[in-house]
Write a protein that binds this ligand. Sequence first.
Ligand code: NAP
Length: 260
Amino acid sequence: MAKYPFTCALVTGASSGIGQEIAVQLGMSGVPLVLVARRADRLEALAARFKNVEVIVADLSTSDGVAQVEARIVDSSKIPIDLVVNNAGFGSSGLMHEIDLERLSREIGVNVLALTRLSHAAIKAMVPNGRGYLLNVSSVASFQPGPRAAVYSATKAYVTSFTEALHEELRGTGIRVTALCPGFTRTEFSEVSGTNSISSQVPNFAWLEATDVAREGLRAVTRGKALCIPGALYKGVSASSNSSPRILGRRITSLPSRRN
Ligand SMILES: NC(=O)c1ccc[n+]([C@@H]2O[C@H](COP(=O)([O-])OP(=O)(O)OC[C@H]3O[C@@H](n4cnc5c(N)ncnc54)[C@H](OP(=O)(O)O)[C@@H]3O)[C@@H](O)[C@H]2O)c1
């Protein structure tokens, strides 16, 4: 079992997929947890498996929901949080003008605004202590535009850029900041994001398991890596997309959706 240097970890989107796996791996290592998501029943079931677990039921697409979590991050009367994992997120699939605008606003709210506000709260609380960890879950989708997932890819481009910038800003402060950029990972994401028709075309070898993504992400933030791309396949794809002309990346990412 891995040993982690964290006193207490807050994980958003802990009710499913990658966030749940991150919480399980931390819980199994004895790290006290604060679990955040909307589905209370799932959080309570997870909390019951470990000692020292708090649950915050919050909708991170709302200002009140984010404020609830910010309040816990800065609450010095409780066990101080030294790892914040901004993992909650979802996508939408289709032509941008045909997707419900309210849904897109919520997507930007969770993927960008909540992540930014919680990163701000975390760093502000950590800087005076001279130590802390921030793990922001982005995606390999952040490395190129995503036709038919235009808003999702753009939100993740923000997350990677923002997180890499924070990594540099905080160099030498004792605070470690990492962007975790997984490729296709078996979770509830496709169901929630309406991308089943795309993911059903993804070959078996290209799928990652959430346990592996979680393990690599936690290892990377512990070691202070700026960027973590789990799996050899996606490391290669990301390296080649960085060195290819942008038009090629755009065309390739639009191919699976055009077949429908
Ligand atoms: N799976 C992939 O292929 C893949 C690839 C690259 C990156 N990612 C990223 O990985 C992260 C985790 O996704 P996943 O794959 O594990 O998907 P998932 O199984 O659908 O989990 C998403 C989590 O986010 C939470 N969430 C969604 N909307 C929320 C809201 N408004 N307020 C609070 N929590 C909310 C969900 O909790 P509730 O519904 O209970 O609120 C759930 O716990 C996301 O940021 C996603 O973009 C996923």
